[in-house]
Design a protein around this ligand. Structure first.
Ligand code: BGC
Length: 749
């Protein structure tokens, strides 16, 4: 309610051009913002919307950036925020410059704190595989605590882009392919970063990015155009952003891509109609790195000035490292191409956050060296990275109980380019990469085996694996071992921004290394455990078929080696589930579980004229939601409180989950729904609920989900939101392709 009122107040003010809008939810802050805006010159206002980089580029460096004396600009009040600053020393120094400006408006310090700060958690896609919202929130909480202690006010995370194309390197930064899971994770991350609220010394402003559609880049090539129906945009790509707004996210970042021809940065439908008006968002909207200026290359703006006008008029507030606003906005306002009201509203959003963070009361309150030392060296943070990492790992296959390994094993041959990797386990977007700090898989295994057991390490090749001269030594290492563990996959810099690939097979000749080692091991009757390390789903169908066990460990962070060893030896019973489909081949991409049925589905329609590949099954290698445990679970006794749902009623579906194996374990139970007849075709199944439960062996728990009208609603062809009466199919299972219980119910008119 408060939000709506504030928004209306802004709107009302904008329409009366010369009066000032009200900002934020807090009346006292709104008054202080108004008073300050009144004192500001046009140039000072533009300064608040200008964000510059301190050092460490995360995008191309522009000529303007090279020529600007940033320190002088800060002193002159021409800069409102600085990105890529990460220490008390640096933030204090820059803030001192801002305190020399006429109005002493403090700077905001922003940084990409994506999956940890000093202590590195698994890459976000890995964390998503935990399906554990508490763990994900806790990870963001610790990252925020550390970042805030180092003077950072603002993180450019979470990335909530849905991504269904593993060629796109940024698939690593998100929560995978699904809108429902992605929304839950967006909420958890925002809550984690922002903690008890802005202004607390252990909280940072979160940013929902990249708004919108960025994950659907054509052919998986970063920054490419995005063309999709508005229905798909609303159903699949927008829900995690909306969830972030509902969780109180402080800022939004728009994106590099065009969406149906209009750059997201200059897109009024996205930023004004949907984000501000429909969702009532009252935080900051920032561009991506030079994305205002890039609208010229998109063919949407004539020059930098035109780009600036189009961006701010479409709702973009801050220009990140683009120099489109700093060089043009004052003139544009004087010429009447941008209204005073639009400018003031944008400035107001920025100042409001500065007040909320308490920076006007003490601009140095986040820059305390003693606190920084204490927080960054808190041992509980490191322990948390191990906990989240082991929860994120997905056991894809475990034939003949090849895992867990016994600690009394005489000898393990650990083979592969990632066997002793440290830096690679951290993944991209690390702030304090300190490989010395990281536990490798070799360290982890050695730390777990009994005294007298041996772990030999043979790389075979490096990650690019173009040179096969080390293969012979790898094959030889098999001889002396009881079990072979192969650590294959990608390095830290294979995923992340601008890391798109046309081949996502195991790099170079890694598959050949696998095959030689496997053949030798199997000839000698020794099991082969494949540990996959990567920030994306890789194509490895052949190796997966031939390995006895496969553990997908993602890029697991600082304590990665210990976490992998915990799982491999059974100190932790794996509980991760895939948040994204693993295809059999690249030719299947894009592949995801919630597809629309065709008119000729196989096997219902004979294969000759069915919707099928001639050279491959349609099914993926491993489906969304898949993940094994060292124990087993039975699903039984499904009950619906009613088979008819009407009005605002709720229907309760319940069932028994039973741990039928011999170990304690966790299971992620998944609820899927289908609307089989609707005014617009609906997916064959959609995740609509999940719970992660922990059960001792032999124990059962009754699990229930509530279903209401909202859960059955969708965007119709005219984009109106609502449910349609009729029969619904309900499926409960352990994976999207492992449905254990099914029922139907009716939604009344
Ligand atoms: C990325 C953003 C990031 C920004 C600042 C851009 O290139 O797309 O995700 O937040 O740089 O580092």
């Amino acid at each position: 309610m408060k939000r709506t009122l504030t928004f209306l107040a802004v709107l009302a003010a904008l329409s009366t051009a010369c009066s000032l809008p009200a900002y934020g939810a807090d009346a006292a802050i709104a008054a202080r913002v108004q008073a300050l805006v009144q004192q500001m010159t046009l140039e000072e206002k533009v300064g608040q919307l200008n964000q510059v980089v301190a050092s460490g580029l995360t995008g191309p460096e522009s000529a303007e950036s090279k020529n600007v004396d940033k320190r002088a600009a800060i002193k002159a009040g021409q800069v409102g925020s600085v990105l890529t600053v990460k220490s008390v020393r640096e933030t204090r120094e820059l803030q001192q410059l801002a305190m020399q400006s006429r109005l002493k408006i403090p700077l905001l310090f922003a940084l990409d704190v994506i999956h940890g700060f000093k202590n590195v958690f698994p890459v976000p896609l890995g964390e998503a595989a935990s399906w554990d919202m508490q763990a994900i929130e806790h990870s963001a909480r610790i990252a925020a605590t550390e970042a805030a202690a180092s003077g950072v006010h603002w993180t450019f995370a979470p990335m909530v882009d849905i991504a269904r194309d593993p060629r796109w390197g940024r698939v690593m930064e998100g929560a995978g392919e699904d809108a429902f899971l992605g929304s839950a994770i967006a909420r958890a991350r925002v809550k984690g970063f922002q903690g008890k609220g802005l202004g607390q010394l252990d909280s940072v402003m979160a940013t929902a990015k990249h708004f919108a559609g960025y994950g659907a880049a054509l052919a998986g090539r970063d920054y490419q155009a995005v063309d999709m129906s508005l229905q798909q945009l609303h159903e699949v790509y927008l829900p995690p952003f909306k969830a972030a707004v509902e969780a109180g996210v402080a800022s939004f970042m728009n994106s590099f891509n065009t969406l149906n021809g209009i750059p997201a940065t200059g897109n009024a439908m996205l930023q004004k109609d949907i984000l501000r008006q429909q969702w009532g968002f009252d935080g900051i909207i920032i561009s991506d790195w030079q994305s205002v200026a890039e609208m010229v290359r998109h063919g949407f703006a004539a020059d930098l000035g035109d780009a600036a006008a189009r961006a701010i008029n479409a709702g973009n507030n801050i220009d990140m490292e683009g120099y489109a606003y700093s060089g043009n906005l004052a003139r544009l306002v004087r010429e009447g191409k941008v209204s005073q009201g639009t400018l003031d509203a944008a400035v107001g959003y920025v100042l409001t956050k500065k007040f909320e963070l308490g920076l006007f009361d003490d601009p140095y309150r986040y820059s305390d060296a003693a606190r920084e030392q204490a927080v960054l060296n808190d041992p509980s943070h490191r322990a948390a990275t191990r906990d989240v990492a082991r929860k994120s790992m997905v056991l894809l296959k475990n034939d003949n109980d090849a895992l867990p390994l016994t600690k009394q094993v005489r000898s393990i041959a650990l083979i592969g380019p990632l066997a002793d990797a440290r830096r690679d386990l951290e993944g991209a977007w690390t702030v304090y990469s300190d490989p010395e700090h990281v536990v490798s898989l070799a360290d982890g295994l050695r730390g777990h085996v009994a005294k007298g057991s041996r772990v030999t390490v043979t790389q075979g090749c490096d990650i690019a694996c173009t040179d096969t001269r080390g293969f012979a030594a790898a094959v030889k290492a098999v001889r002396a071992a009881d079990v072979v563990v192969l650590a294959l996959g990608e390095g830290f810099d294979y995923t992340g921004e601008a890391r798109s690939y046309t081949s996502i097979d195991l790099p170079g000749r890694q598959a050949q290394l696998f095959e030689q080692v496997r053949a030798a091991a199997h000839a000698a009757g020794k099991p082969v455990v494949l540990v996959m390390l990567a920030g994306r789903p890789l194509i490895f169908a052949d190796a997966a078929a031939k390995a006895d066990a496969v553990l997908y460990a993602w890029l697991p962070g600082t304590e990665g080696g210990n976490a992998m060893a915990d799982v491999l030896f059974g100190d932790y019973n794996p509980s991760g589930k895939l948040p994204i489909t693993i295809p059999r081949s690249l030719g299947q991409v894009p592949i995801f579980y919630s597809y629309l049925n065709t008119g000729r589905p196989v096997p219902e329609v004979e294969a000759l004229y069915g919707s099928a590949y001639r050279d491959s099954p349609n099914t993926p290698l491993y489906a969304f939601g898949h993940g094994l445990s060292y124990t087993s679970f039975k699903y039984d006794n499904l009950q619906l409180s009613s088979t008819r749902l009407s009005g605002n009623d709720k229907l309760t579906v319940s069932f028994d989950l039973h741990n039928s194996g011999k170990r304690a374990g966790e299971e992620v139970v998944q609820l899927y729904l289908r609307d089989p007849v609707a005014s617009i075709a609906r997916p064959v199944k959609e995740l609509k609920g999940f719970r992660k439960l922990s059960l001792e062996p032999g124990r059962s728990e009754r699990v229930s989900f509530e279903i209401d009208r909202d859960l059955l609603s969708f965007h119709h062809a005219d984009l109106k939101w609502g449910a349609e009466a009729g029969r619904f199919e309900l499926m409960i299972g352990s994976a999207s392709d492992d449905i254990r219980l099914e029922a139907n119910f009716e939604l009344a008119d």
